[in-house]
Design a protein around this ligand. Structure first.
Ligand code: PLP
Length: 403
């Protein structure tokens, strides 16, 4: 089914996921990275878009699960990820993180307080061996102080290591880091160097793993799939940069660490679009505004990052050419702008597609005014599958009590 047929059959607004393109992108990531480091595995960042069908596809495509809450951890388990295929990160972990640790999963501690609690857990099970990762706070000249992890050589890190030293059945087996910017290959090279230096300082021998976080999508967000395929920096450029320090340090004949990255945006952002219908068009002073049945609240961070590309499907009647049309959402918020200053024809009844809304969109949708819309997948065989039904009024109000 093509998109135009789909628009005839499914009422707006809705999200549409492109399964074939998602799978292809993940397969390319794996191939490019494993060519440099066969012990590499991506861990899909569930929080970016935790649609269960997509998380399951990530697993089928060879990814582990990267989770930062008990909610995501329990989803990963439900989808069949065993503990050893789950990386649990984040500054605030729920009680289920203990299950992951007991089950042999990878848990990266963010603070000395967290380490002390894990030591207490290990002390209560002296017959079992535990392994733990430490999150390293990165300062790679990004111009801000990250709140995550522990600084190398800091008091916080010393306290954590002291607690671990006093706990004979707990060892540090891996290191983790994540920083959201900058997102270029050179900074990934530096990230790897910092992490290797930290491992040399804190881990005896070769670490079991490095989990390097994410931050790989670069360039503009309005690329088509074709532009992306030839976009620089490519997966290859990132892989070349990030694995070079590892090859220099661990490239001999001895044991090699497993290396993970934790892509979120880079795996999902480009493969979900939002479709919305134009409900009215009006002028106010020198502004012309089209109001739709979607909202910037369905689109998440896309609306704050760049001018969003818009694709129009003419379904309305009398179209007019606009040289400055603000496409607005349904809410009563002045700032609900889905696309400012659109240039082109538009008519009431037209459908507009906002691509690149897969990351940090539906997971951020507030229950403000109108419930969440449905999500469909365009399947590789041309079929359509419902991934999420539209939220109902009852879904929202049934959780409240009246007295
Ligand atoms: C620990 C960790 N890993 C992975 C990610 C995913 O990053 P991105 O969506 O930029 O790929 C994040 C995002 O904040 C994160 O905090």
């Amino acid at each position: 089914m093509n998109k135009t047929e789909l628009l005839r059959l499914y009422p707006t607004p809705f999200y549409l996921f492109d399964e074939a393109a998602f799978k292809d992108n993940l397969a390319r990531l794996l191939a490019e990275f494993r060519a440099f480091w066969p012990e590499y595995t991506p861990a899909y960042s569930f929080k970016t878009n935790y649609t269960p069908y997509i998380c399951a596809l990530a697993r089928e495509g060879g990814a582990l699960a990267e989770v930062v809450s008990d909610m995501e951890y329990s989803l990963a388990r439900k989808l069949g990820f065993p503990d050893r295929e789950i990386i649990y990160n984040g500054p605030f972990k729920g009680p289920l993180s203990r299950e992951l640790l007991l089950g042999g999963g990878m848990l990266n501690a963010d603070s000395a307080d967290e380490v002390r609690r894990l030591c207490a857990l290990a002390a209560s099970r002296p017959e079992q061996s535990f392994r733990l990762g430490l999150r390293i706070n990165l300062d790679i000249g990004a111009g801000f102080v990250s709140r995550f992890g522990m600084e190398v050589d800091s008091r916080e890190m010393r306290d954590a290591l002291c607690a671990i030293e006093a706990c004979p059945n707990l060892t540090v087996s891996g290191l983790h880091c994540h920083i959201k910017a900058p997102r270029d290959p050179e900074s990934w090279y530096r990230r790897s160097e910092v992490m290797i230096a930290a491992a040399d300082r804190y881990i005896d021998g070769v670490p079991e793993y490095f989990s390097l976080g994410s931050g790989m999508v670069s360039g503009r967000y309005d690329q088509t799939a074709e532009e992306w395929a030839s976009f620089k920096p490519s997966w290859h450029d990132f892989a070349e940069a990030l694995f070079a320090p590892f090859a220099a340090r661990y490239g001999g004949s001895g044991p090699r660490p497993r290396i993970f990255t934790e892509p979120g945006r880079a795996l999902i952002t480009r493969f979900v679009s939002l479709f919305a219908r134009v409900d009215s068009i009006k002028a106010v002073q020198d502004r012309v505004l089209a109001t739709t049945d979607g909202s910037s609240q369905n689109m998440g961070e896309m609306c704050t990052m760049a001018r969003v590309p818009v694709k129009r499907y003419p379904c309305g009647a009398e179209e007019t050419y606009y040289d400055r049309l603000d496409i607005m959402g349904y809410t009563c918020l002045e700032q609900d702008v889905m696309c400012p200053a659109y240039i082109g024809p538009m008519a009431v009844g037209d459908i507009v597609e906002f691509p690149n809304v897969g990351g940090y969109s539906l997971v951020y949708k507030p229950q403000f005014m109108i419930p969440q819309c449905a999500m469909y997948a365009l399947l590789p065989d041309g079929g359509v599958r419902t991934l999420m039904r539209a939220e109902t009024f009852d879904d929202i109000f049934s959780r409240f009590t009246r007295n």
